[in-house]
Design a protein around this ligand. Structure first.
Ligand code: ATP
Ligand code: SKM
Ligand code: MG
Length: 167
């Protein structure tokens, strides 16, 4: 069984996932990184082939990742796939959440997300996805104004306690 981090773009899934894996002594897998490894930069894939093609590559990356007993950070939209939604039922799913005001600075920093070039598009995209993120998650963690180390430690404690199986 894997521990899967889902949530809005720039919520901190990749950064926190890496730290959590280290704390738990598990492998870390990032579905965006699998796609980049096999197919090149995400912005290029979107520009050359469009979103539906990207989502097919993403579904393959999700399958590769979920086959392993690891900490897995999903790309922000990986949960849109209905097969992936079904698959997540047999894994521990954590929603890393963040509000628009707190994410604004993070988004501006890199400009690497083709679907969220600015904060207005982030808001619209996250509003549309929020019910899905919340439905799939076993636990929700607020990341605004909290250091990544603290978030990773809180999650590691929760996993160690075994409570994720009872809740
Ligand atoms: N708790 C935090 N506090 C402040 N900044 C953060 C925090 N978590 C992440 N960041 C910053 O936000 C940016 C996005 O983080 P990260 O890449 O981990 O997000 P993500 O959820 O994986 O996004 P994506 O959906 O695009 O993969 C990075 O610049 C990171 O340094
Ligand atoms: O939220 C999204 O749909 C995306 C988030 C990123 O992690 C990448 O997977 C890509 O930019 C798409
Ligand atoms: Mg990421």
């Amino acid at each position: 069984m894997a521990i899967v981090l889902i949530g809005p773009p720039a919520a901190g899934k990749s950064k926190v996932g890496k730290k959590l894996a280290k704390l738990l002594g598990k492998d870390f897998i990032d579905t965006d990184a699998i796609i980049v490894r096999d197919h090149g930069a995400i912005t290029d894939i979107f520009a050359e082939h469009g979103e539906p093609y990207f989502r097919r590559l993403e579904r393959a990356a999700v399958l590769e990742a979920l086959a392993q007993d690891a900490i897995i950070s999903f790309g922000g939209g990986a949960v849109l796939d209905e097969h992936t939604q079904q698959d997540l039922k047999s894994h521990v799913v954590v929603l890393l959440d963040v509000d628009a005001d707190s994410v604004e600075g993070r988004i501006k920093l890199d400009g690497k997300r083709p679907l969220v070039p600015d904060i207005e598009s982030w808001k619209a995209l996250v509003a549309a996805r929020r019910p899905l993120y919340e439905r799939l998650a076993d636990r929700r963690v607020e990341t605004a104004n909290r250091p990544r180390d603290q978030i990773a430690q809180e999650l590691a404690k929760w996993i160690h306690s075994g409570k994720e199986f009872a809740e």
